[in-house]
Design a protein around this ligand. Structure first.
Ligand code: DC
Length: 221
């Protein structure tokens, strides 16, 4: 199996790059952040606090999660319900980051990710793929960019979706999420020792995609 791990903080361009790499190689892209978002969405829908370890643990006992693809787009089905349309709401980012700090959530989702990686050739993006989920991945990339640049990209992304957003608020959210994701106890956001770090602050997306594809091809040739 080919498994390519693309990790890094929020807004570093992981999903755009991972999608392009998967397309180029003709393999599947797995957005692991969406799995944490879907878990957070389900907790909220059931009136469970995303930081309540006992409540979330109870919920997980019967929770089923299926990752399926419709016209190439990933859909996360939780307990038979397609959560995908609800996962990109602004408040879901913080909720996903909070719920992802609970060990019971990480273990459940990491099991699913490892099973998928055993079955399919994948490009996975996340925070802990290279360090924890798949330490033997064929190729590991760690994307970084300054918090200011990532906030600028997020504001522009929102603008293209027709949503106006305040740069200072977006920047504060990004810094808070960086802190949460890299200070949790289990599998925090961290570069794997054998990952190639790429700072995308001054690069355009096509430049990043090109650089990552050539790194991947070099590693898996
Ligand atoms: O990549 P994203 O913004 O969709 O991820 C949402 C949150 O999920 C992120 O703040 C931390 C968590 N996450 C994680 O802990 N591990 C992953 N492999 C992917 C995401």
């Amino acid at each position: 199996m080919i498994n390519i791990a693309i990790d890094g903080p929020a807004g570093a361009g992981k999903s755009t790059v991972a999608k392009a790499v998967a397309k180029e190689l003709g393999i599947i892209y797995l957005d692991t952040g969406a799995m944490y978002r879907a878990t957070a969405y389900t907790a909220i829908k059931n009136g469970i606090d995303v930081s309540d370890e006992v409540g979330v643990g109870e919920m997980l006992k019967t929770l089923t999660m299926d990752v399926v693809y419709e016209d190439g787009a990933q859909q996360i089905i939780v307990n038979g319900f397609n959560t995908t349309p609800y996962l990109r709401e602004h408040y879901m980012s913080k909720a996903a980051s909070d719920i992802s700090a609970l060990p019971c959530v990480r273990y459940k989702l990491v099991d699913i990710q490892r099973e998928l990686a055993k079955t399919y050739d994948l490009v996975l993006d996340g925070r802990d793929i290279g360090t924890f989920v798949l330490p033997d991945a064929n190729c590991k990339i760690f994307l970084v960019a300054s918090a200011e640049e990532r906030a600028k990209r997020r504001v522009e992304e929102n603008r293209l979706k027709g949503q106006e957003s305040d740069f200072d608020i977006v920047l504060k959210d990004i810094k808070q999420r960086d802190y949460n994701d890299s200070h949790r106890e289990v599998a925090p956001l961290k570069k794997a020792d054998d990952a190639v770090e790429l700072d995308t602050t001054t690069m355009t997306i096509p430049e990043v995609v090109e650089a990552v594809i050539s790194l991947v091809k070099e590693k898996i040739k």
